[in-house]
Structure formats: structure tokens, C-alpha cells
Ligand binder design. Structure first.
Ligand code: GDP
Ligand code: MG
Length: 379
């Protein structure tokens, strides 16, 4: 059977995008509090604006990003004054506590309550809203935005005031759009958010946030572990064409899952699409499909030639000096998995650091991917 790995990989990624459950985050706070800025810090540059917004109720819009796999309830915030505050409170509470009542029947899974750090007092309306949402069982954290505008001392004072006014153990974080100021806090916001979500929503959140690379790495390592278990079951018998096909499918699923967690399509955007230009291929997915071609080639050689077969000029026997069929298949899955994680992690880091791919062509990346897999097969 002639297989087009690129198309199959893309199809698998599209399937994941359609089926993984989407978390909805509600971002609350006054107009100008820095809500959009925070969302961009966590989810990357073009998340909210690219999703199409729908008005849920007065002052609350819902943005659903298919690409990101995340939904955002963006509240426009309140004006000062009793009537306006009451309206804000009623709207927020009705949307958060009564999913069936809002436009799409979307649940609010998580709330970030933004308070600009320059604010000196804690408003009653803030405390009341946070208490109500919290007592409804929806995780809510306070985020002191624009923390660069306040001294460490003044920030601590504001935190203290908030702590005294809010229900015990309400998490309070800081954020700043200025790079390197409180950068670690964005990690902590992501970490807290991830762990506050139901486990069925964590995958999508881990994927959507761009900063917590360790969380992505852990999730990806878990994917490899599961694939190894599946491979072990598959390859118990002699490596026939049928088994080899199944191992290949297992690899393909694993590769798609890893690319999904790292959100390689977004990374590609962040790297300014220069990879595709230089590689002369369509996209990163096509680049990663070479890993699958390699797997298929090795499996093919093993079946037809046994250990005497050659891949990239090297004897297969060199890779598996002491190999049973199960061991060989597992070694290969592990090699592809760990190579892919390293490659994705490094590309994601480059994207976060604002690098582009002028220096390293897609061709080099492909070669490195292959070489790394071959090297790991030897270990
Ligand atoms: N100094 C500083 N300004 C910020 C920060 N976050 C947002 N801003 C600015 O505050 C204004 C409002 O931000 P925006 O994210 O649109 O607020 P939103 O109305 O709550 O969505 C913009 O001019 C931002 O550049 C920050 O961390 N530090
Ligand atoms: Mg905004």
C-alpha cells in the first residue's frame, strides 16, 4: 500500500483538534486591566483575535479558537458606580453559573480575575464576584496585572490587602507584559490553571499555553510511554508485514499526539513560516513525516532482508545487536518519540525566544531528525 505520511499525519492532527475537549477560560476585570495582553502572554500572539467573537450577553464576548482548542469569555469590565457594578456582577454570575443560559451552552471552566497592580484599594465588587464564582466550584485566581508599574513593596502591600479581603487560599499571581519581569509567574498561572482543570481538559490547556514547556514535555513523554506499551502488545509475534503496518500506525499516532501537544502549527507561525520557505515543503508536518518514512523504511528492510538490511547505508543489525522483534519495534518507537520531543521542544523554545529559521534550513532539520533517530537506535 502506498502511504502518504504527510496527509495521514495532517488528518490525524485534524482529528485531534476536533475531538479533544476544549477548556473555556473567563477573563474578568475592568476595561484596560490588561486582560487581552495576559491572554496573549499565555496563549501566544494571535489567539483571541483570530477566533471569532460572539456576544454572550451585554459586556461579555465568547471567542472560540478552533486552531488553539480553547475558548475565552472576555468580559468588558465594569464602570464605577453601583448600578453598573451590579450589572457586571449579574452578567458574569449568570454566564458562569448558568451555562445552559448562554449562547452556546458553554461552561466556564476557569476564571482569571485581573486587577491592575496600580489599583490601590480592593473594590467590594471584586470580592463579591470572586466569592460567588468560587463558591460555585469554579476555580478562580486573581492576577495582578501590569506588575511592572509597581514596586515590589507596593505589590506585596496590595497582595496583603487582597488576601485579607478574599476567601482563604484564593491564589494571587502577578503578570507583566514586560519580558523578564515576573516571567516565572506566567508559568505559575499556567501550572495552577492546568491543575485546576478537570483532567479531560488538561491536554487542550497544556497544548494551548505556550510557556510551560516542561508541562508539554511531561505530556509528550507520557504519550511515548503509552505508545511503547501499545507497541509491545503489537510486536509480541514475529515482525510480519501486518505487524509492521500496525507498528507504523502506532508511530503515526504518537507523532501526531506529540505535534499536537507542542502545537507545531502555531510554532510554525511564530517562526514566521520561514521553515516552509526554505524547506520547499508545505509545512512542519511534512518535515516531521520524514520520521515516519524512516520508520517505514527500517521496518520494510527488517521484514525483507532481516538484520542484513541497510538503511541510510548502515546495517540494521548495527542498531539492534541483540534484538528480538518486540525489542526492535520498541527501540524504534522510543527513538522516534524522544527525537521528536527534543526537536519540538527546541523549536518551541526558539519560537518563544523570537527566533526565526534563517540559520537552519528545513533540509538541515530533516537531516538532523534522521541522524538523531539513527543515533538513538544505536544506543
Ligand atoms: N506597563 C504595562 N502595561 C500593560 C500591561 N498589560 C497591558 N498593558 C497596557 O494596558 C492597556 C490595556 O491592555 P489590554 O490588554 O487591551 O486590556 P483589556 O482591556 O483588559 O483587554 C494597553 O495599552 C496595554 O499595552 C503590563 O503588564 N504592563
Ligand atoms: Mg481586551
Amino acid at each position: 500500500m502506498e502511504l502518504n505520511y504527510q496527509e495521514r499525519l495532517q488528518a490525524q492532527l485534524d482529528l485531534l483538534k476536533q475531538t479533544v475537549k476544549r477548556p473555556n477560560v473567563m477573563i474578568l476585570g475592568q476595561a484596560g486591566a490588561g486582560k487581552s495582553t495576559l491572554a496573549n502572554l499565555v496563549f501566544g500572539s494571535n489567539n483571541i483575535k483570530t477566533g471569532s467573537g460572539r456576544s454572550v450577553t451585554k459586556g461579555i464576548n465568547y471567542y472560540k479558537s478552533e486552531q488553539k482548542g480553547i475558548g475565552i469569555f472576555d468580559t468588558q469590565g465594569y464602570e464605577l458606580g453601583e448600578a453598573a457594578e451590579k450589572e457586571f456582577y449579574d452578567n458574569v454570575v449568570s454566564v458562569a453559573l448558568n451555562p445552559a443560559g448562554n449562547l452556546d451552552g458553554e461552561f466556564v471552566h476557569l476564571c482569571w480575575y485581573c486587577i491592575p497592580a496600580v489599583r490601590e484599594r480592593v473594590q467590594d465588587i471584586d470580592v463579591e464576584t470572586i466569592k460567588t464564582i468560587r463558591s460555585a466550584g469554579i476555580p478562580i485566581a486573581v492576577i495582578l496585572t501590569k506588575s511592572d508599574l509597581l514596586s515590589v513593596y507596593a505589590l506585596a502591600q496590595l497582595s496583603g490587602k487582597l488576601e485579607a479581603a478574599l476567601p482563604p487560599n484564593t491564589p494571587i499571581f502577578k503578570s507583566s507584559k514586560i519580558k523578564d519581569i515576573d516571567a516565572g509567574e506566567i508559568d505559575r498561572i499556567c501550572d495552577w490553571s492546568c491543575h485546576s482543570l478537570d483532567s479531560s481538559l488538561r491536554t487542550a490547556f497544556t497544548r494551548a499555553q505556550i510557556f510551560q514547556l516542561q508541562a508539554k514535555k511531561d505530556a509528550a513523554a507520557n504519550i511515548v510511554k503509552q505508545s511503547l506499551r501499545a507497541t509491545e502488545l503489537l510486536a509480541k509475534s514475529r515482525l510480519s508485514a501486518d505487524v509492521s503496518y500496525k507498528v507504523n500506525v502506532c508511530c503515526l499516532t504518537m507523532v501526531a499526539d506529540i505535534l499536537y501537544i507542542y502545537e507545531m502549527e502555531e510554532i510554525e507561525d511564530l517562526l514566521n513560516g520561514t521553515i516552509s520557505d526554505i524547506a520547499g515543503k508545505n509545512n512542519l508536518v511534512s518535515l516531521f513525516s520524514v520520521a515516519l518514512e524512516l520508520v517505514s523504511e527500517i521496518l520494510g528492510e527488517i521484514i525483507t532482508e532481516g538484520t542484513e538490511g541497510r538503511v541510510n547505508g548502515r546495517l540494521i543489525g548495527e542498531f539492534f545487536s541483540n534484538w528480538g522483534h518486540t525489542g526492535a519495534a520498541k527501540t524504534m518507537v522510543a527513538a522516534v518519540g524522544s527525537t521528536l520531543i527534543d526537536t519540538c521542544a527546541s523549536l518551541a523554545k526558539d519560537a518563544i525566544d523570537g527566533k526565526t529559521f534563517d540559520a537552519m534550513s528545513g533540509k538541515l532539520l530533516t537531516q538532523k531528525l534522521q541522524a538523531d533517530i539513527m543515533k538513538r537506535l544505536g544506543n
